[in-house]
Design a protein around this ligand. Structure first.
Ligand code: BES
Ligand code: MN
Ligand code: MN
Length: 463
């Protein structure tokens, strides 16, 4: 098998070609949530399939799901060796507001060692690295040393609604010993890390009505209930003055932090100053009694994502709105259940709704939280690879974001998921000027080559 230096030389030679190829993919505006980009979604899926074939994968197929297709490919010629399932997503978030981009979102541009484009880091750039690792192993070793299966989906940014059905229906085809996902940030620019916990998510929408029509606020004001007032009061009561969510039962399933976990978190090189600066608020908020790291990785939240009703135009309109809306999402931690939490929040909202109004609650699904034990042999193989590529032992971190497919793979396939992301906080995921730091593209690609080789030696008993 090739060693780290051989990979380094190979990857340096291939770098310009790699970036050209990635830029071609980044030029396709594959925004999954916007119907007008349906053709771009198909084009991005076709690009992924072509790329899979180019790196030597077989049985490449663009598989319909009822929504945007999943692209599948495999390489299964290492009998007696473990099988790794790699997951990524080719869809991206909408790019607006466009005027805030320094270069257009779908015209990739490299500035200062950063590749700017929507999807550069989340997630095309990162899943592309896995494809190139497979290719490097083929080119240098003749064949990859393990069995590989790839699924690249197109609905991650809008909730992976159809993926659960796909994974359940194709569980046989997707069977694996280990899964790997690169769709998350490192702990810091020079802090290699593996992720051992992800938060889950559940989302709700409240619609509050106080009448059948908006009313003149002079003729009726003083007597008529105001939907915005009712909603504002209801929402304001969802947290107490210690930053805790007041929904009864909300914390019942939350696994308490152990003293050992708290000590491990406290010892991490978490850049609190940088974190505060990124947020830019005069002061931070949060649940009392927990550090920032604990708050964002291991405590659940309830957040308002959108709030509307009444008059939004320029100037004044003296109206009493009869309807008001709120979008809410909760980040969840082990062992909270997305559906159960959505029900608790919905029931609480119904209870809080005063006699002056009616409330309707809609939900849009979600994802479970996930944990991967750091002592699993596959995590250890990833840690060894990362240590060589970064010249520094990685730390084990948590992550506040959600990747619904991760618990899905764990539950349906019974395989541990190694979360080995190479992005960085501050790379403007979902925001204008998203970029990927190319030094992590280089070190990450080397990490993946070494990781795949390392998995080859994983003992069958460990799987
Ligand atoms: N790559 C992110 C998830 C992520 C972000 C993990 C930051 C760790 C740190 C993924 O593409 C994403 O945006 N997920 C959504 C899921 C939601 C739409 C169900 C999220 O976390 O909001
Ligand atoms: Mn992502
Ligand atoms: Mn995302």
């Amino acid at each position: 098998m090739a060693d780290a230096d051989a990979f380094r030389r190979y990857l340096a030679d291939a770098r310009a070609r790699h970036l050209d190829e990635l830029c071609a993919w980044l030029r396709i505006p594959s925004i999954s949530t916007l119907p007008e980009h349906a053709r771009d979604m198909a084009a991005a899926a076709a690009w992924a399939a072509d790329q899979m074939r180019a790196v030597g994968l077989e049985h490449v197929a663009i598989m319909p799901t009822g929504g945007h297709p999943v692209v599948y490919g495999d390489w299964l010629h290492a009998p007696d060796r473990p099988t790794l399932l790699v997951y990524g997503h080719y869809d991206v978030q909408p790019a607006d507001p466009l005027e805030l981009w320094q270069s257009p979102p779908f015209s990739p541009e490299i500035r200062d060692g950063r590749l700017f484009a929507r999807g550069a880091s989340d997630d095309k750039g990162q899943i592309f690295m896995h494809l190139k690792a497979a290719e490097a192993l083929r080119d240098l070793d003749g064949t990859p040393p393990i069995n590989l299966k790839f699924i690249i989906e197109g609905e991650e940014e809008c909730g992976s609604e159809n993926l659960a059905r796909y994974v359940a229906a194709e569980a046989g085809r997707l069977a694996c010993d280990v899964a790997a996902v690169s769709d998350s940030p490192l702990l810091g620019p020079e802090v290699p890390s593996l992720c051992e916990s992800l938060r889950g998510i559940t989302t709700l929408e409240l619609t509050l009505r106080t009448g059948v029509s908006d009313l003149h606020s002079g003729l009726y004001g003083g007597s008529a209930p105001n939907a915005l007032h009712v909603l504002a009061e209801l929402l304001a009561s969802l947290h107490d003055d210690q930053g805790r969510v007041t929904v009864p039962g909300f914390y019942d399933a939350v696994r308490p932090l152990t003293p050992a976990e708290r000590a491990a978190y406290a010892a991490l090189p978490f850049d609190e100053t940088g974190f505060r600066a990124e947020i830019g608020a005069p002061a931070l908020t949060g649940e009392e009694g927990y550090t920032i790291v604990e708050q964002i990785w291991r405590r659940p939240t309830l957040e308002l994502n959108g709030l509307w009703g009444g008059f939004q135009g320029t100037g004044t309109k003296t109206v009493i709105p009869c309807v008001a809306h709120a979008k809410i999402s909760c980040r969840l931690v082990p062992d909270q259940d997305p559906e159960q939490i959505a029900e608790l929040v919905a029931a609480h909202a119904r209870r809080l709704c005063p006699p002056t109004a009616t409330v309707e609650v809609g939900g849009q699904g979600g994802g479970h939280p996930a944990l991967t034990p750091r002592d699993h042999p596959a995590m250890q193989a990833a840690a060894r690879a990362m240590a060589i590529a970064y010249g520094r032992e990685p730390v084990f971190a948590g992550m506040g974001g959600s990747i619904p497919v991760v618990p899905m793979l764990q539950r349906t396939l019974g395989a541990p998921v190694v979360l080995i992301g190479f992005g960085l906080n501050g790379e403007h995921f979902h925001a204008p000027n998203e970029f990927f730091t190319l030094s992590n593209f280089d070190r990450g690609l080397l990490t993946l080559c070494l990781f795949y080789e390392g998995l080859a030696g994983m003992s069958p008993g460990a799987r």
